[in-house]
Design a protein around this ligand. Structure first.
Ligand SMILES: [Zn+2]
Ligand SMILES: [Zn+2]
Length: 393
């Protein structure tokens, strides 16, 4: 195909449509998607080659492909297409909802005041939603080192690790794939759980680390249940079998709940969520890589858009903090009850057959899941209350 040389006369950033004056006298329309191989965003006056035209709107000829007249020298090895500029007022109008975080997490049964965040020029349109719908969670402190004092739990305590659990049957749970005894992860009391799932009892989570790495959401590799906890059940004695998890402690560790408080999901959760909720403003800003806008609201400057996600997280940090995750005495947030999951590899929220996508209930690390967590979900239908988990390492 022979190209026709010309010069870019205009390019409207709103609709990414422009005009090219061809050297032979004709004018052709072109769209931003026809541009190939341009190393600059400032295209007005640039010499180009139009490769093919078709009849566009009202018969006006429209360029199929537009490339630079002088090829980009090979030293400019990789040419990244300019981020298309979008119109901020239009984006705001088309994205009235900030996120679906409230629907994705288990609702807290008591009412808490909205988060008190300062106004931010760029997120102002969604300020009230962000503050009022930030999910409520409790950090759960789990000792990172073996506690000095021996802790002997009752069914009313929250605890992690160890070889003791309060279950509904007398048998220590085993893995449905390899038949090894499951490793104790965490047990939460009914009193603590009642703020999210009233009447369901407590929650216990045991896991097989032999099989769980390859089968991270197979229900057979874990025992994640609501429990009444009437049976005090002891696991296998220390030394009688080999664990796959170096993080499992033989002694029971006391779990200390902090909070509760509202915590707005971070940029990384919104980014992971974008594929499931593409219609939200947060997905439009954090799920697509770089963003470029014009007509920003008063007080917002162009540089805010550089690494916008980090700036969003900084803004959240400027608000009230939940009790610190690192505390003196070796306590840290080894788990979070409520809130949204902290995904490592991407959103893998499970669904309950017939009741749709499940809601996030608990993230548990406790030193057993490396950089990841055991993410526990519950069916949104309180009459069903089915549980499921996804492990990440
Ligand atoms: Zn197993
Ligand atoms: Zn269900």
């Amino acid at each position: 195909m022979t190209g026709r040389p010309g010069t870019i006369l205009s390019l409207d950033p709103h609709d990414a449509l422009g005009w090219i004056q061809l050297d032979d006298g004709e004018r052709v329309r072109f769209g931003g998607t026809a541009l190939e191989g341009f190393a600059t965003e400032d295209l007005i006056g640039i010499r180009v080659v139009v490769l093919g035209t078709i009849a566009g709107y009202q018969g006006v000829p429209k360029a199929v492909r537009v490339t630079p007249l002088v090829p980009v020298p090979p030293t400019a090895a990789k040419v990244y297409p300019a981020t298309p500029r979008r119109h901020w007022p239009t984006f705001v109008r088309e994205h009235p909802r900030w996120s679906d975080a409230a629907a994705a997490s288990v609702p807290f049964v008591h009412s808490l005041p909205p988060l008190a965040l300062p106004r931010h020029p760029l997120f102002s349109a969604w300020h009230d939603e962000i503050c009022a719908t930030a999910p409520v969670s409790r950090a759960l402190g789990v000792p990172t080192v073996r506690a000095e004092e021996r802790f002997v739990p009752t069914a009313e305590d929250c605890f992690a690790h160890g070889r003791l659990a309060f279950l509904d049957e007398a048998r220590w749970p085993t893995c449905g794939l390899c038949a090894r005894p499951l490793e104790m992860c965490v047990q939460l009391s009914s009193a603590v759980l009642a703020d999210w799932i009233p009447g369901a009892g407590g929650l216990v989570a045991l896991f097989c680390f032999h099989c769980g790495i390859k089968n991270p959401s197979d229900p057979r590799v874990g025992h994640v249940r609501f429990v009444r906890g009437s049976m005090r059940v002891e696991g296998p004695a220390e030394g009688t079998w080999k664990s796959a998890s170096s993080g499992w402690l033989a002694d029971t560790q006391r779990v200390t709940p902090f909070g509760p408080g509202r915590l707005a999901p971070s940029e990384s959760w919104h980014g992971a969520r974008a594929a499931k909720a593409p219609w939200t403003a947060a997905s439009g800003l954090f799920g697509v890589g770089d963003v470029a806008f014009d007509e920003l609201p008063p007080g917002a400057t162009e540089d805010l858009l550089d690494d916008l996600g980090a700036k969003f997280d900084d803004w959240l940090e400027s608000g009230p903090r939940q009790p610190a995750s690192d505390r003196p005495g070796g306590l840290r947030a080894g788990a979070w009850l409520g809130g949204v999951p902290c995904w490592v590899q991407g959103d893998r929220t499970p669904s309950c057959g017939g009741h749709g996508e499940m809601q996030h209930l608990l993230d548990y690390d406790g030193g057993q899941f490396l950089d990841g967590a055991l993410h526990v979900f519950v069916c949104p239908d309180r009459a069903c209350n089915a549980l499921a988990f996804v492990a990440e390492f």
